[in-house]
Design a protein around this ligand. Sequence first.
Ligand SMILES: Cc1cc2nc3c(=O)[nH]c(=O)nc-3n(C[C@H](O)[C@H](O)[C@H](O)COP(=O)(O)OP(=O)(O)OC[C@H]3O[C@@H](n4cnc5c(N)ncnc54)[C@H](O)[C@@H]3O)c2cc1C
Length: 500
Amino acid sequence: MDHVDHSIHSVHHLPKIVHLACPSRFEQDMTTMPLSFNTFTQLENFGHSLRASSYRFCPTNADEIYAVFQLAKETGLTVTTRGAGRSYNDASLNGGGIVLDMSGMDQILEWDSASGLVRCEPGVTLKQLWQCVEPDGWWPPVVSGTMKTTLGGCLSANIHGKNNFKVGPIGEHVLEFTALLPMGASVTCTPNKNADLFYAMISGLGMLGVFTSITLMMKRIHSGLIAVDARPVPNLNRHLSDLFENAPHYDYIVGWLDTLVHGKSLGRGQIHGARNLKEGEDPNAQQTMQLSYQHLPDRLFGVMPKSLLHYFMKPFVNNLGWWGVNTAKYVTALRKHTFRQSHAEFHFLLDYVPNWERSAGRGGLIQYQSFLPKETAEDTWREMIQLSHRRGLPSYLGVTKRHRPDKFLLTHAVDGFSLAMDFKVTNHNRAKLSQLLQEFDRIVLEGGGRFYFAKNSETSAESTRAFLGEETIEKFKKLKKRCDPNHLLESDLYRRIFCR
Ligand SMILES: Cc1cc2nc3c(=O)[nH]c(=O)nc-3n(C[C@H](O)[C@H](O)[C@H](O)COP(=O)(O)OP(=O)(O)OC[C@H]3O[C@@H](n4cnc5c(N)ncnc54)[C@H](O)[C@@H]3O)c2cc1C
């Protein structure tokens, strides 16, 4: 391990950092568990469609993480790190092994409101982060569609936002991180120091080490509001050309795609292009940047508690119900319009209804997200959507984004677009759905596309090899051998995509 720099570097080369009282323990409900085997727990993916029982430990510092690695070595068990468990697939599941639940390492360690630099423990959620920095006029540079994810999970998947085409994935905004390797060494990485590990651990699915602290640069904002243009698009061709042509005019762009409609209207939907307000555009900026202004309302129409909404959504989660919802959504979106909304509302729409994924019923839901070059996206997605219709397994929700490539080792991005499709899982359709998604993989590979390992549940080792290429896989395996020679770090996802 002598080629890895083991020293823990202070952030002395960064601007002066001051300690502030930040809200940093919003959702902590875990207690520190002793190192014993009385914590065998069943864990699930975000969509409740996959389950695995594991020994769960909740470390509060690097020493406790190392103690778990030693225990794993002695017992022959493998270890998976888990952030908030918001991956749609098996990324943070480890059947029969150990799960390191990082929710106890959730302190915002340093925040400098003058420079926008923040240093956090890995269990800090995006919610903690934006609530800490927004009142000072900053916003996280890249966020997922939910604020419940942790920074450790976001780095391991190298998440993308609705601004991926402009600012890349979250990894491009990381100045430095420290990670504990399973052998007990602590390593500090920046884009220039231990650069090979920097570009591999970010996107590395938690398979090389455990992030213990993360330094990120925030983005300056001049208002708590964002200006959104919403416009309809009548078919897939116009959908993708709108994303392509209009992305340069916005900070964020995202499309909703009606995955149920056939024929000439296939791919119709609505595009939202959004831009941050410039200095002076919001006369009440100080007020709109306060947390009270960013709050997502607790009740729908001021009456129905949001916490009960998913029960009422359940009857609509079938072909007819979603056809009605999608048609109504398209018809009401026919008029082009512009509006302002808070950052929290724009970015975290999916958090508006707590537990919305429960509306899919007992079998849960999964998401399939494919990334296609701009030249092949239209034909590839037409083929996939038509195939899902023929198989009687339509997706209920489709979301499109515009992307650009990045240089992280297990990158999922392309110069093109992504389409995320949600599927309801039932006992009846589970096997058929699995087959459909494997056919999707074949079609995506033919189109020169890529997959996102935080989402797809069916991608096989063979498809992974075809998509990443032998050279990348060899590089990753070499780093794995160097960082984790005893192969302690494994997850259900890792075994599925690298070992079978
Ligand atoms: C509603 C919803 C919307 C989403 N929207 C987006 C989106 O817009 N863009 C996008 O890119 N993704 C999106 N995602 C996916 C999500 O951002 C990723 O799956 C993310 O990794 C989840 O973070 P988590 O903290 O829950 O991590 P987990 O799901 O618990 O873990 C994810 C991975 O990170 C690893 N990991 C966790 N903590 C650490 C650590 N400290 N050190 C090393 N490895 C670690 C785990 O081993 C695992 O491989 C969305 C998910 C949901 C549920």
